[in-house]
Design a binder for this molecule. Structure first.
Ligand SMILES: [Zn+2]
Length: 472
């Protein structure tokens, strides 16, 4: 070891990677990891962090959330996320009317760099307007390597895209080495069933999930996979919610196609029963699935077996006033405007996944490092800079205290939603400390040591295949 001193040593903890858990110290020089090994073999550090009894994980990433004017803003979302142990966010963003993609990248980068305490990148949502595709190549050169298309939401202007538009987008992305994310539900069928329900006066909150049968997700996934095969573009199915959809993805993976997927805590933990309890506040797309159905168990099994690569929040909080009219009609308000989809999830993502996955279901801590650090980093073109504890990587660490138990309360949340579906849930484990690029972000008192604006824009590159296979 040629380095005589390093800036920081994290000692005494159990290092958790996406494949292993082992006792080691981590040496940090500047903003990078300089060495990993027995403390006695590492150079002394100017600062020593004693992580005795803790898990030292790679900095955790939320790779699916929504940030912007209708949601939590670029200051609030990263601050809220930082308190929960996350170190990097990859939100979905949208371009303004009349703006090109490279213009939008530049504008949002400036805005987010001024406000975000966490490192961040952008996925862009593309509306059904062919001219926007001209901006994909320059946006890719600016570090945006993933773009999302909606196969549903027919009632939102230009939101639902045609199969031709999917093919044209994928063709471009394949040539550049990009990734296509898709919200897979059959929008025509959903719209037809919704209109039928409205005409029949079936408009209470519990009437919503039956208008989104599970096969409409499977059908759209099938189409996305086949267009992906046609164009040789890697396909990423966001927020997978059904067993049927998972079975189709498993088949594509077995055939060697680059098809990856994520699920979310809400699909692993909640069911359509929440519609009775929370009404429009549980209206999300895809919907929460039947309480007596096969989906939750299949999704847990799918992530355990490695077919589902990532877990993300799909945080889409709405101000309560936007949701309220949905109590009378879950589909549309009195002006015929859709009741918005979406629920808060960012501030409960990490504690729920540790507590429900690792503690209650006995998954190894490596599972969390896989689905919330290394795999998102690989798929979204950040690996090995992010998502891994290895020499030369950014010194991003989520140091986790597995012992403490606590109760989820919306009163502690910073976001605009005003509620959480998990109010009163008891969880085990909490973030004890996080480091972002070598600096303490969240300290052991639960206080953020960095200010809004500390976060850096992450220029991303092509995807690398995620780690698969059973986690145990
Ligand atoms: Zn989303």
């Amino acid at each position: 070891m040629s380095v005589r001193r390093v800036d920081t040593i994290v000692r005494g903890g159990r290092v958790v990677t996406a494949t292993d858990v082992f006792e080691a110290a981590v040496a940090i020089s500047g903003d990078k990891i300089a060495a990993i090994g027995p403390e006695s073999l590492l150079p002394p550090g100017d600062r020593v962090i004693d992580a005795e009894g803790k898990y030292v994980m790679p900095g955790l990433i939320d790779c699916h959330l929504h940030v912007g004017p209708e949601y939590d803003d670029w200051k609030t979302a990263p601050l809220a996320a930082a308190h929960t142990g996350l170190t990097t966010l990859l939100p979905f963003v949208i371009y303004d009317e009349g703006e090109s993609l490279p213009q939008a990248v530049a504008r949002l980068r400036e805005e987010a760099e001024a406000l975000s305490v966490l490192d961040f990148g952008f996925h862009f949502i593309l509306n059904h307007e062919p001219h926007i595709l001209d901006g994909i190549a320059p946006a890719f050169a600016m570090g945006v390597s993933s773009f999302k298309l909606f196969m549903t939401y027919k009632k939102r202007p230009k939101r639902m895209v045609s199969d031709e538009f999917i093919a044209r987008t994928m063709e471009q992305l394949a040539a550049l080495g990009g990734l296509c994310q898709l919200h897979c539900e059959n929008g025509d069928v959903l719209c037809y069933l919704e209109d039928k329900a409205i005409a029949a006066g079936r408009t209470t909150p519990t009437d919503f999930p039956p208008t989104c049968p599970d096969w409409t997700e499977e059908e759209a996934i099938n189409r996305a996979i086949l267009i992906g095969r046609l164009t040789d573009c890697p396909v990423y199915v966001v927020h997978l919610s059904t067993r049927l959809g998972l079975e189709r993805i498993k088949r594509a993976q077995a055939e060697g196609q680059r098809v990856w997927t994520e699920t979310c805590p809400q699909y692993l933990l909640l069911t359509d029963r929440e519609m009775e309890r929370l009404g429009p506040f549980a209206k999300i797309g895809p919907p929460l699935r039947p309480h007596d159905g096969p989906d939750r168990a299949a999704l847990w099994a799918g992530t355990e077996a490695g077919f589902i690569s990532t877990v993300a929040s799909d945080h889409s909080p709405r101000v309560p006033a936007a949701k309220e009219p949905g109590r009378r009609n879950i589909f549309v308000d009195s002006d015929g405007k859709p009741i918005p989809f979406g629920a808060p999830s960012l501030e409960t993502l990490v504690p729920l996944m540790y507590s429900e996955g690792v503690v209650n279901r006995g998954l190894p801590p490596s599972w969390l490092a896989r689905v919330m650090a290394e795999n998102p980093a690989r798929i979204f073109g950040l690996y090995p800079r992010k998502g891994a504890i290895r020499v030369g990587a950014d010194a991003d660490l989520t140091i986790w205290d597995p012992a403490s138990a606590w109760t989820i309360e919306r009163a502690r949340h910073l976001g605009i939603a005003g509620y959480t579906p998990y109010e009163g849930w008891t969880v085990k484990g909490r973030p004890w400390m996080t480091l972002l690029r070598g600096q303490v972000l969240l300290n052991s008192e639960g206080v953020l040591e960095q200010k809004p604006g500390y976060g850096r824009y992450l220029a991303r590159t092509s995807p690398v295949a995620p780690i698969g296979g059973a986690v145990r």
